[in-house]
Design a protein around this ligand. Structure first.
Ligand code: BGC
Length: 445
């Protein structure tokens, strides 16, 4: 039986959310459009033409929702600030209503004794900036710094725990290489210039918070996936190594002052030559207090000569007949343990918080009950794997479940339900799932 005592009395238990996925009020109360508001209008980009206009309407329901966090027994509420709510055009004019909204959210948390963990950038670039090149534009770094400075000065007295970015690999690869997320750009040139600007922004953000916020605890988050070669043939091993460079090492290594992993993937070296800011090793480095790790799946990788540049191919969990979630993501807690160990092995990673982990299943609300035993089993497996790493000496100080309630799951729309609380998107009625009650029991008994 898992017991919170096994993790230590200081261990931080939380739930994570993101502005675009829950807030709604997308174009009201002075908020400017974000690139997700406009991306959602493009045909075929989001399943069933769903959009984040209303989402969970957290904007109007924040009091109840924060109370739910408390009711479930969590200590931490992680949420993000929508850049275009506080700076409707990305820079310049400040939206007073937007500023006031996050004050209310923060105050509500504090009143309930919850610790706010605030993410500055969870993928929702203001449309005004996206139109001008977004993360591929050189000017994005100055704009991001203006946003960070505003948030730090405005909320720094109340908020001590900050997360500069949510998964830079997520938004640069899906949004600028594959075109499946906003702003829907494709190609390696876009991708690599977004990568370098995001890496610089992340470290700049850390520096601004450090100088503006007294006693700040500053982190940033990285997606991570154990990369498992399909066979031990040399070609598969090398393909897996390239994918590891791309998915796991591309952002953390420059952040830690190691530069990009060019030695293990020559393509990165080629880009280094063509980009003038690529080698700004110092500016890309910041000594974060904690590193947020977010894990959802491992990847099994096979060599494939037909895939340009990376020459690698994913062998899906389904075809390998492995247990998987509704997203098709393999359920494999050993791989969670392995990837935690991989990141913990960097000498400058001082502290790790699991800032997201969770799963989507085919939840159904029947007679007021959501019987999501699969999700409970998932959490037990993953928490046990995390505990093993912790007991072996990895300095893991917290875990945040993804996510409080079913929400706007980006290109998947509202079909993929990851919440501990079921949301009826017609009525905005929240129903605690069986997994939510499991957490409550785990955290409060
Ligand atoms: C993102 C979340 C997302 C989750 C599940 C993470 O990469 O940070 O916003 O909902 O994955 O797809």
């Amino acid at each position: 039986m898992l017991n919170t005592a096994d993790f230590g009395s200081d261990f931080l238990w939380g739930v994570a959310t993101a502005a675009t996925q829950i807030e709604g009020a997308a174009n009201t109360y002075g908020k400017g459009l974000s690139m997700w508001d406009t991306f959602a209008k493009r045909k075929g980009k989001i399943k069933k033409s769903h959009h984040p206009q209303i989402a969970c309407d957290f904007y109007h329901n924040y009091k109840n929702d924060i109370l739910l966090v408390k009711t479930l027994g969590f200590k931490v509420f992680r949420f993000s600030i929508a850049w275009s709510r506080v700076l409707p055009f990305g820079k310049g004019q400040v939206n007073k209503d937007g500023i006031a909204f996050y004050h209310k959210v923060i105050d509500e948390c504090l009143q309930h004794g919850l610790i706010p963990y605030v993410t500055l950038y969870h993928w929702d670039l203001p449309e005004a900036l996206a139109k001008n090149g977004g993360w591929t534009a050189y000017s994005i770094n100055a704009d991001f710094n203006e946003f960070v400075l505003l948030c730090a000065k405005t909320y720094g007295d109340k908020v001590k725990n900050w997360i500069v970015m949510n998964e830079p690999f997520g938004f640069t690869s899906l949004g600028y290489m594959l075109g499946i997320h906003a702003p829907g750009e494709t190609g390696l040139t876009n991708f690599f210039s977004a990568v370098q600007h995001a890496t610089i922004a992340q470290a700049d953000g850390g520096r601004i918070l450090r100088s503006e916020v007294k006693n700040a605890n500053i982190g940033t988050t990285f997606s991570c996936s154990e990369i498992i070669p399909y066979t031990h043939n040399e070609t598969d091993l090398l393909a897996a190594k390239r994918v590891d460079c791309l998915m796991n090492r591309l952002f953390i290594e420059p952040t830690l002052g190691m530069g990009f992993p060019t030695a293990d993937w020559d393509v990165l070296e080629k880009f280094a030559v063509s980009h003038s800011t690529w080698r700004h090793k110092e500016r890309m480095t910041f000594d974060f207090d904690f590193i947020g790790l977010q894990n959802y799946f491992p990847l099994v990788i096979k060599f494939n000569a037909f895939i340009p540049v990376i020459q690698a191919w994913e062998v899906k969990a389904k075809s390998r007949k492995k247990p998987h979630t509704k997203m098709g993501w393999e359920i494999n807690a050993d791989s969670f343990y392995n990837i935690i160990k991989q990141f913990a092995a960097y000498p400058n990673v001082k502290e790790i918080i699991i800032t997201e982990n969770g799963a989507a299943f085919n939840d159904k609300l029947v007679n007021g009950i959501v019987n999501d035993d699969e999700r409970i089993a998932y959490f037990i497996l993953y928490l046990t794997a995390m505990l093993k790493a912790k007991n072996e000496g990895v300095n893991i100080t917290g875990y945040m479940a993804w996510t409080l309630m079913d929400n706007f799951e980006w290109a998947e729309g509202y079909e993929a339900r990851f919440g501990l609380v079921y949301n009826d998107f017609e009525t905005q009625e929240r129903t605690i799932k069986k997994s939510g009650y499991w957490w409550q029991e785990f955290l409060t008994k």
